[in-house]
Structures are given as C-alpha cells and as structure tokens.
Design a protein. Structure first.
Lengths: 218, 462
C-alpha cells in the first residue's frame, strides 16, 4: 500500500469501527515510515470527523461513535510510542474534566458528551459518577482542565452543580475554569441562575458551547 | 423458579468486568447481532405498525437478548445472568394482576391486548418539580379529581423550608416525607383518599430517601407503587436493588421502570425496542413487578413523540401484550408544554400508538419534557384520559392510528426539532387561578380550538 492508501484505510477503519483494521493499518503506517502525526491528522481524525458528522445529523448513533473512538484508540496504541519518541505532540483544543455530581448515579449523558468532545479534538478526563464537589475541583486542578463539565440527571442533585460553582468562587478558583452544566432536568435558565458559563441541551450543543468559550478566551 | 435472593446472589457471583467492557463487548454487539438475526426492521413511513409477526419476533429476540446479555450490576461490576428457560417460565407463571389503592378508590390493573376496546389504566399527573407546597397540592387535587384517574403521580418539591433539597442529605428525607404528606392531604381534598400514588418516592435520590418515605405516618401505603429504575442501558445499581429488597420485604407494589435512550447505547429504533422489551420482561421475571412504567426517550430531543419513538411504543406494546400478562404503563414525554398546540398533537400521536398496541395503561404525557418547574396543569392529564378512553372505545386498528399519526407528525415533527423557546408553554399559575383552581379563559379557548381541530382530523374525541 502506498501512503495515500494507508491514510484512506485508517479513516475507513474508524468509520467502520473496525479495531483490527485500525491496528493493522497503523502498523502499516509505522512500517512504511509515515509521519505518525500525519497518520493521525489525515487518516484517523478524518474518519472521526465523518463519524462525528453522521452522529450530529442523526444518521448514526452512539454505538457507531463509540466503536469509532475505540478503533481510533486501538490505532493510537501503535502510533503513540512513535509520536512520543519523535517528541511530537498531538494538538488538543482543550482539556475537559467531566463528572456526574454527588448523589447521582447516571452516566450515559456524561459518557456521550465525553465521546463527542473526544471526537472533536478535546482531551477528556472523565472521573465518573457520584463525585463530591471537592473531588471534582481537585481533579480539575490536577489535570489543568480548561472546562469542568457537570452532569446531573435528577432535580435533587442539581444543587450540587451550584455547589461546585460556589465552592470554586470561595476558593478563589472560579476564573480558572469554564463550568458547563447539562443533564435531563437542567435548563438554560438553571445554568444562568447558578452562574454557569455554558449549558448544552445535547452533547453536540455542549461541544459547540465549549468551542465558543475557548474562542472567546483566545 | 429463582426468587429475588437468587438474583441478588448472582449480582455478587456473576462474571466480573468493567462497565465499558460490558457495553463494548456484550451490550452493543448483542443488540446489533440480534436485531439483524430477528429482522427487527424500522420503516419510518409506518410509525404505528400493526405487524403481529414483527411483534412476535421482537418478543423472542428480547428473550434471547436478555438471556445473552443479563443486567450489569454497578455495585459489584458483575453481570446478573438469566437463563432462557427461567425467563420463559417466569413469564408463563406470571398470572397476578396488581391491586392499587384502598377503599372505594381501590382498583385492579389487568392486561390489555392490541386493538383492545377495554379502557386503559389512567395514571394521571407527572412527577415534575413544583415551586411550592400550595401548587403541588393544587396539582394533585386536580389530577385526582379527573374521574378516570386510577392512580396519580405526585410532584417533587425542590426546597424544604427554603433550603434546596440535595440528594443524599437529610433534606432529601424531609423533602420525600413532606411531598407524600402533602399529596395525601390533597387526595383527601379531592374526595379520593384511597387513590394510589404510583411514583414513590419522587423526591428520593437514594434508597434511604425511599425507605424514609415508606413510613406509614407519611401517608404512604403498600397499596401505592414504588418505582425501581434500570439505568441506561441494561444496568442496575445498588441503590435501586436496595429499594427493591425493601419494597419486596414490606409487601409494597413494585413498579419496574426504564427509559431507554433512542440513539444511545442500543442505537436506533430497532435496538431501542429490543432493550425496552427486555426491560419489561426482566421487570416481570427478575423484579416480580406489579406494574412496569416504560417509554423511549430520543437522545437529542428528550421527548418520546418522534416518528421513531412512536414505532418503538407500537412494536414493544404489541410484543409484550400479545405474549405476556405483564401490565405495562407507557411513560410519555412531549416537547410542547401546557397551552401549546404542539403538546396536544404530540400527546395524541403517542396515545394513538400506545392504546392501539395494547399497553395496559399510560401515565399522562409529560408536558415540556417534564423539566419545567410547575409546567403542568390538570388540563393535560384530563385530555389524555378522555382521548385514551375514546381511542379504546372506538376499537381503532393500528393502520388507522398510523395514518392519523402520520398526519399529526406533519404538524409537529419539524417544530420539535427546532424547539423554539415558546414551545415550553406556560406554568400552572399562568394558566390557572391558584385560589379557585379554575382554568383561565385564554387556555379554555386554545383547548377548545385544538380539540376541534383534532376532531376534524378524525381523532375520535367527542
């Protein structure tokens, strides 16, 4: 296979969610001496862009998105060591720290947002469900997050979104992070009331809001 | 036949794996393979199919899916596994009908079949957030005053003595207790003190909250109903298993409930129908439920009135009602809020699908996706009750319901995708006099207009 064919096969493997093909073609890229960053940018990421667009338009669903991300990651296991050895770096739009707030055991919304953010070029640190306010803030500091994304699927856990924002202010950290909120009962009105920086009605909305906030930040 | 303890034992002895591995290696591949193998195909042109062969294939597919997939227990990271034969035996042996409420408000919930002329069970109201005790009580009194109400859903407060209710805190317990106390008082005021509340406990986030709300002095009774949730998808956590263990022990009515995400882990309409049918089967076999509350929610819209969601209701309703005696109430969500025409179009489409496909009953369709504080009035549940009775009485067939749904979809399909802010409608105090509990004329006019429009379309409302 020539270089162009390898890049096309990498994109195709991601679109089809074919982990084995993603691995094989990543290995082919290494064997043929392709620049690993080019394999990512012009191969794998191209495939992710197709899957992301299909997901946004409703042509495909979460399984396709997850399988694409899985294939992307499988290829990255082969490409990453080379990228590190070359002292290269994959550029990321920003780092998002995601959590479902304390007392809330729901993770599907957060997981969808995580996947859509990743497919749009964000670094995502997902610390899971039922996370206390201080855990969330500590993790955001540790991972130098640009965003804190807070999911709440129950009205009785929504106050914890407010608590995170208030505690950030109390600790003098509010300006360090954008805080985005989401979840079934969460609305723009609630986001405004508690002083969140953004709200996403859907995962795709959340990504759009995150990108706009980053643009504003410059 | 395994009992609850046997299943709880499986939760600590079943195969262990991470949740991600469960989703990627078991759940998603099983959905994709079984949907294909059983030819569960969605045709957008036919949102309400009356295809019995498809329904029966879906039923068999759901048994195979449940037997191969099981339920993932988040508390132990293990799979609660089921055997094909025990699922079939559990379904065969399930003969009981649920009894709800007390005194003259006592009613027995029994199954319906597709195109049944028997009236569906009217479970009226929604567990939305109410901004004050006064509004919560006015709502419950209004729901209970609807003659067809066999049970009600009560609202959840968001504050106690001015403090926000935070899940897992003592305030949650106070919130749960006060919401049930107030609802029972409102039921007395409506003259229906024995009417069952089937969404206990709406303010509870934790099992502790639910258990606190069960104390007899709160007004909760075993003849009410407690909802035990699955998590999307094919997952259950210890909090819900704790509730299940307690409610089973105290002899309360168990309501298994699911809300599969259309477009989520199960994929599109066929996969969503597959998991929804499996939840209902598991509710019967595993939870030994007295009723089941079930409905798909579209991932990007948060409502269940889309074309694909109508199809899911139709095929699952038909599959379960044709092949089991388990009583399932449809859980429905509209994008439109109170006093919007869109709400009435959406609720009508959903009920056409639900009533003709054989659901035992329904919870009145949530206005504004159930997310607007005070975003409901008694008018919407009354409309749902009148319409459901009329559809059943007319003996409507799936093909007629399908044609009407296609015409209704033309009216609202594009609008709910755009979701302009005004689609959320108005709140109780904007539409009703809070002192007299009477509807304002503005809503009277819109209601009369939309009902007339629906009658002109051929909807059997008189």
């Amino acid at each position: 296979m020539n270089k162009q064919e390898i890049l096309e096969q990498l994109a195709k493997a991601v679109v089809e969610g074919d982990k084995n093909s993603a691995r094989e073609n990543a290995q082919a890229a290494v064997d043929e001496g392709l620049d690993p960053l080019e394999a990512v940018d012009r191969g794998l990421s191209k495939g992710m862009a197709v899957v992301g667009a299909n997901f946004e338009s409703g042509e495909s669903f979460l399984p396709e998105l997850l399988m694409a991300a899985d294939s992307f990651n499988a290829a990255m296991e082969i490409l990453n060591p080379l990228i590190e050895a070359n002292k290269q770096k994959i550029s990321k739009l920003g780092t998002a720290l995601l959590a479902t707030v304390k007392g809330d055991m729901h993770n599907i919304g957060k997981n969808i947002v995580a996947t859509v953010l990743e497919t749009n070029g964000f670094e995502v640190v997902d610390i899971g469900i039922d996370q206390s306010t201080l855990n969330i803030i500590e993790a955001a500091q540790k991972h130098k997050a640009d965003f804190i994304g807070l999911s709440s699927v129950m009205t009785t856990t929504m106050p914890y979104q407010k608590e995170v924002i208030e505690t950030l202010s109390e600790m003098g950290l509010r300006e360090k992070f954008f805080v985005l909120v989401g979840g079934g009962p969460v609305t723009q009105k609630w986001a405004d009331e508690i002083g969140a920086d953004g709200y996403g009605d859907t995962a795709v909305d959340a990504v759009g809001v995150a990108k706009k906030l980053l643009e504003k930040k410059g | 036949m395994p009992g609850l303890f046997d299943y709880l034992e499986r939760a600590v002895t079943g195969p262990i794996l991470t949740q991600k591995d469960f989703q990627m290696k078991i759940l998603i591949p099983n959905v994709r393979r079984i949907v294909k193998e059983f030819d569960i195909a969605y045709d957008p042109a036919v949102p309400v199919p009356g295809d019995n062969a498809l329904a029966d294939r879906l039923f068999e597919a759901a048994i195979e899916f449940l037997a191969l997939t099981g339920l993932y227990c988040e508390g132990t990271n293990r799979i609660i596994q089921f055997d094909d034969q025990e699922i079939r035996k559990g379904l065969r042996d399930y003969k009981k009908a649920g009894t709800f409420g007390e005194g003259r408000d006592r009613s027995v919930l029994t199954p319906r079949k597709p195109e049944d002329t028997k009236k569906p069970w009217c479970h009226l109201g929604n567990g939305i957030v109410a901004s004050s005790d006064e509004i919560a009580m006015a709502l419950v009194e209004g729901f209970a005053s609807i003659p067809q109400a066999k049970s009600v859903t009560i609202p959840a407060p968001d504050t106690v003595r001015g403090l926000p209710i935070m899940g897992g805190s003592p305030l949650e317990l106070y919130g749960v207790i006060s919401s049930i106390e107030s609802a029972r008082k409102a039921l007395w005021r409506a003259g229906r003190p024995g009417l069952a509340i089937l969404n206990l406990c709406p303010a509870a986030t934790t099992a502790a909250g639910t258990i606190a709300g069960c104390h007899p002095s709160t007004g909760a009774r075993p003849s009410d109903g407690w909802l035990i949730d699955y998590l999307a998808e094919m997952t259950i956590d210890f909090s819900n298993l704790n509730k299940l263990a307690f409610i089973t022990y105290m002899g309360g009515n168990v309501g298994s409930t699911d809300l599969p995400i259309l477009g989520g882990y199960a994929g599109g309409a066929p996969g969503t129908a597959l998991v929804m049918a499996s939840y209902q089967i598991a509710g019967c076999v595993f939870m030994k439920g007295d009723y089941h509350l079930s409905g798909p929610v579209e991932m990007n819209l948060g409502c269940s009135s889309t074309r694909a969601a109508l199809w899911v209701y139709s095929v699952v309703g038909r599959a379960i009602s044709r092949n089991t005696n388990y009583c399932v109430l449809a859980n429905q969500y509209a994008m439109g809020g109170p006093a919007t025409k869109t709400y009435f179009y959406e609720a009508t489409a959903e009920l056409l699908a639900v009533v003709t496909s054989g659901f035992a009953g329904f919870e009145s369709c949530h206005p504004a996706r159930g997310i607007v504080k005070d975003g409901i009035t008694p008018t919407e549940p009354q409309f749902n009750a009148d319409l459901a009775d009329a559809i059943a009485k007319s003996g409507m067939q799936a093909d007629s319901a399908c044609e009407l749904c296609n015409r209704l979809l033309e009216k609202y399909e594009a609008e709910i995708k755009m979701a302009p802010p005004e689609i959320q409608g108005k709140t109780y105090s904007q539409l009703y006099d809070i002192k007299t509990h009477k509807r304002f004329e503005e809503y009277d006019r819109l209601y009369d207009e939309v009902v007339e429009e629906l009658i002109q379309m051929g909807i059997p409302l008189s």
